[in-house]
Design a protein around this ligand. Structure first.
Ligand code: GDP
Length: 458
């Protein structure tokens, strides 16, 4: 396929040592050559080499920039088209000048994600790999980045491809039996069909098992800090964030708004939600905060329940334990630098299996232990393994679930002794749905929508 030649600034906007403007398409080299003045024309240089020179504005014959230009000829490039990358000075003005020159001399401004879209349309990567490029750009932690990297290298595509192949084989067998009943090839007996479909169902379930962790890595673990006023919730949030975005205050109940922060706790991205202490209150402004807090609690993946070492347990504290029953909770007893007034035996009793951490946030003690507890809670049992293929993308998760449903329908049909061509409809549907993950069987509008999420120049 051939497309026009596109150009975009591929480095972030702002001041930097260098910035890169990228060109891709059949005319990439001729367009660059119209402006470039170096030792030799770019048309004559070897592929995958870089060249020093100047960009000259053909209208004024004046030099515009001092540049290093890389020439990469198709097909061994990101887009599988001819690609030229112009390294220029990193200021806003200089990089925009270079881009403008290219646009005036035959290139078109790329849409967001258009380079990656071309890599997909030209068959270099499949859809799940292209989506991984977005994840890679947005990754908040090293671990999330590794997941995206694995996906970009086609781990998920390979797994899905294998499952589709198995489904296709069963479809083919069924076809042979329907079309040539007299042809006594290896008959796809119901038993064998059953076995293959069971295998596919199990494999999909295995992939889906990783989805929860994958999602956490990608989107962060929604974490709510709860506790009575003044126990140190804001201080805890600050300790985790290491900067002072939440309001720390001496007056009870003044953290009214819900503030969100991301922090990277040993590779677990926490999305911190500061809640205005869950308690009954008459104050109207407070009430909004409390309502919101309840909502947040329901949506949280992790609860940090804070108690005060320097006060005895109150009925409110005990209510908090009831409110978070069945959730992932870490209990924190704060202010250990002050006199003990809390009944620790009772706390241990209430905490049960929850990890129990003591801290003095004032003296910056115990934060390490808390971080350790968080990472243990979410990365227990080999989840850290780099070999794992995580699915983290909700589009992929939804499609895998759909495929699983179809396979299970087919299995059910076999069990009910339905005619084999009825069963085949479900198998075919499962095959199609899996194809949507890699972009084999996917509509153009979906493709446009997916690529529009990219940033410009990617
Ligand atoms: P919140 O209302 O639960 O958000 O509590 P804050 O984080 O605003 O803390 C209330 C007060 O307790 C502030 O004056 C903090 O400086 C203080 N505080 C927080 N942690 C500790 C601690 O470990 N020891 C002592 N002595 N004071 C603390």
């Amino acid at each position: 396929m051939e497309y026009d030649t596109i150009a975009a600034i591929s480095t972030p906007m702002g001041e930097g040592a260098i910035a890169i403007v990228r060109l891709s398409g059949q005319e990439a080299v001729p367009i660059a050559d119209r402006l470039f003045k170096g030792k030799k024309p770019l048309a004559e240089v070897d592929s995958h080499t870089i060249h020093y020179g100047k960009l000259i504005d053909p209208k004024t014959n004046q030099p515009v920039e001092e540049v290093m230009v890389s020439v990469m000829r198709a097909p061994r490039t990101f887009t599988r088209e001819d690609v030229v990358e112009i390294n220029c000075h990193g200021g806003l003005v200089s990089v925009n000048r270079v881009l403008q020159l290219l646009l005036q001399n035959g290139a078109r401004l790329a849409e967001p994600g258009e380079f990656t879209k071309r890599a997909f349309l030209n068959g270099r990567i499949d859809l799940s790999q292209a989506e991984a490029v977005i994840d890679l750009i947005r990754a908040k932690t090293d671990r999330a980045m590794n997941v995206a990297l694995n996906q970009m290298q086609g781990r998920l595509s390979k797994l899905v491809g294998h499952l589709r192949q198995t489904l296709l084989e069963t479809i083919a067998h069924v076809e042979v039996n329907i079309d040539y009943p007299e042809y006594d090839a290896e008959e796809m007996t119901q038993g064998l069909l059953n076995e293959k479909l069971q295998f596919v169902a199990e494999e999909i379930k295995k992939i889906l098992l990783t989805a929860e962790q994958g999602k956490i890595l990608r989107e962060g673990l929604s974490t709510a800090i709860i506790g009575r006023p003044n126990v140190g919730k804001s201080s805890l949030m600050n300790a985790l964030v290491h900067e002072n975005k939440a309001i720390v205050t001496d007056v009870a109940g003044t953290t009214r708004d819900i503030i969100e922060e991301y922090v990277n706790v040993r590779g677990v991205p926490l999305r911190l939600v500061d809640t205005a202490g869950i308690r009954e209150t008459e104050d109207i402004v407070e009430k909004i905060g409390v309502e919101k807090s309840r909502q947040v609690l329901k949506e949280a993946d992790l609860i940090l329940l804070v108690l005060n070492f320097h006060e005895s347990l109150s009925p409110e504290d005990e209510n908090l334990f009831k409110a978070v029953k069945g959730m992932d909770v870490i209990v924190i007893v704060n202010k250990t630098d002050l006199d003990q007034k809390i009944d620790m035996d009772r706390v241990k009793n209430l905490a049960g299996d929850y990890p129990l951490i003591t801290t003095s946030l004032l003296k910056e003690e115990g934060i390490d232990r808390l971080e350790q507890a968080i990472s243990e809670l979410f990365f227990k049992g080999g989840i850290e393994s780099q070999d794992m293929t995580y699915v983290s993308n909700s589009r992929h998760i939804a499609l895998l679930n759909q495929a699983l449903n179809h396979v299970e329908e087919a299995l059910h049909g076999i069990e009910m002794n339905l005619p084999i061509d009825m069963v085949q409809i479900d198998i075919t549907r499962a095959w199609e749905v899996l194809g949507e993950i890699v972009g084999d069987t996917v509509s153009e509008s979906l493709i446009d929508q997916l690529f529009s999420q990219f940033c410009l120049g990617k």
